[in-house]
Ligand binder design. Structure first.
Ligand code: MG
Length: 493
């Protein structure tokens, strides 16, 4: 009697196993089918927009404390998203700052900094090397449509343009809007005249589409408007697939220009008018994302490339309560307003943890499901946990370069200075400090009280951190010191 039972139960067991196996197989097949479907569906992959202004200071946004410049759209972005108060750029001037943002690597690693030529100029023969991997390139691998709009300043020769660095399209002025100056005077003499007597024809800068010049001199009075129209069009045309827009405004870098609609609307003079037009532009982008139904699926980041250009007085911006400005690695030169907006995903908050434009490449690449190349050093971190509201940040330190020199370094709340400089940035007065200086930025954001004598242990900790960082830096050729017609370019110092 027992045998048939055993046979029966053996058969039943086999049947059960076979049912489970076929169920699992079916599940696996269906699952992989849906897995493939999910990857192809753009709604599962976020879009990214980085809005990057030029020379806008920490204090030049309403929600960052400016008393008269009105920025209702940026303020709304901040209230609905995250307002970061310890967010740093990779360098204190345009070219190296942009190289750091797009590569996730300090510019010392790519040769995009120098102690003799701080940025690229129209006579430059260098640019961001081809072997650097930009955000556009890591996202392109994940099937993104990519657009660079605005100021590039990473090389204006064909081999360095955005269309050779992972961007499908480019529209903008390839370097600073004050370059190609048409004048008999010296650069600083030119600026002695009243700002409203300066016209767009004084700057013979080109406007390019992809690799062709389409207008010269570029009409800068409508440039913010036209960059905005390009961005709006790109969103509408690419809303059904994942997209990345790098929108780098040419303004508020001097010379200042606005369209007629914004002339005289601010209580903060022409500089305020320019910021209010940029704020309008931010509002147009948010409006378009909502109208196209992709606002819940788009991360928008707003920040600036370096601090305010203080030597231009009321035509430069303000670093608010921070010390120093553009061209310095004091806080006012490198700490920037930074707003992250992604309705439905980002937890609204004021974030006082440290973050950096260096972190954008790792963060965006991770969110897109991509991977970083493993053959190089990165200086950026994935900030996704902070965006999701976790009270931790992977970034605990910041190394502040001035050209190729380490000017200062921050660990936690403490910042140690190895050099001093003219806080206005220009003329540069770089000096190695005989006695270093130490500040606690959490309680002394304006860097008023040197506390080095009270904290010798912090000096040791930060020095050890800098020494460890320096071991990872390999000398490379300086791209900024290559000049057209100059056969032998000087090396990186
Ligand atoms: Mg700048």
């Amino acid at each position: 009697m027992k045998q048939p039972d055993n046979l029966q139960s053996g058969f039943s067991r086999w049947k059960r196993v076979s049912v489970i196996v076929s169920f699992l197989l079916t599940f696996a097949l269906v699952g992989s089918f849906y897995g493939v479907q999910a990857q192809e569906r753009s709604s599962d992959t976020p879009n990214f927009i980085i809005i990057f202004t030029d020379d806008q200071g920490y204090g030049d946004v309403g929600v960052y404390g400016h008393p008269t410049i009105k920025t209702p759209n940026l303020d709304r972005m901040a209230f609905e998203g995250q307002k970061w108060t310890n967010f740093y750029v990779a360098a204190n001037v345009c070219t190296p700052s942009r190289a750091g943002l797009l590569t996730g690597r300090l510019p010392i690693r790519s040769g995009m900094c120098s102690d003799t030529r701080r940025v690229l100029f129209p006579d430059s023969d260098g640019g961001l090397p081809q072997n650097e991997v930009t955000i556009a390139e890591t996202l392109k691998e994940q099937g993104y449509a990519t657009a660079a709009i605005g100021k590039w300043h990473l090389g204006h020769l064909p081999q360095y343009l955005p269309t050779n660095q992972g961007f499908d399209t480019y529209y903008g002025i390839p370097y600073s809007n004050d370059m190609d100056l048409v004048t008999d005077k010296g650069y600083m003499d030119f600026w002695q005249q009243p700002i409203d007597s300066i016209v767009t024809e004084n700057f013979n800068v080109p406007l390019m589409r992809d690799t062709s010049i389409i207008e010269r001199p570029a009409d800068q009075t409508t440039i913010t408007k036209r960059y905005t129209q390009e961005a709006v069009r790109f969103i509408s045309e690419n809303k059904d697939k994942p997209f990345f827009i790098y929108l780098a405004h040419s303004l508020p870098h001097i010379p200042l220009f606005v369209s007629n609609d914004f002339k005289g609307i601010s209580k903060r003079g022409l500089y305020g008018d320019v910021i209010e037009e940029i704020d309008w532009s931010v509002g147009e982008i948010m409006k378009t994302l909502k109208a196209e139904g992709v606002d819940q699926n788009t991360l928008v980041v707003f920040t600036s490339d370096n601090g305010p250009w203080l030597i231009f007085g009321e035509n430069g911006g303000s670093a608010g309560l921070l010390y120093g400005g553009k061209g310095t690695s004091y806080e006012g030169g490198v700490r920037e307003p930074a707003i992250f907006w992604w309705p439905g995903t980002i937890e609204p908050a004021v974030v006082s943890k440290m973050g950096s434009t260096l972190d954008l490449l790792p963060t965006l690449t991770q969110l897109a499901g991509g991977k970083l190349p493993e053959d190089r050093e990165y200086d950026g971190y994935d900030l996704t946990p902070v965006l999701h509201g976790q009270d931790v940040t992977p970034r605990e330190e910041m190394i502040y370069y001035h050209g190729t020199k380490i000017f200062a370094a921050r660990k936690g709340d403490h910042k140690l200075y190895f050099y001093s400089n003219n806080p206005l940035g220009y003329p540069e007065k770089l000096e190695k400090l005989e006695k270093y200086k130490l500040y606690n930025l959490a309680i002394d954001p304006s860097e008023k009280e040197d506390i080095i004598d009270q904290h010798p242990e912090m000096v040791k900790e930060i020095e050890a951190m800098v020494a460890a960082h320096e071991k990872t830096v390999k000398p490379v050729e300086s791209q900024l010191e290559k000049v057209i017609g100059q056969v032998e370019a000087t090396g990186n110092k």
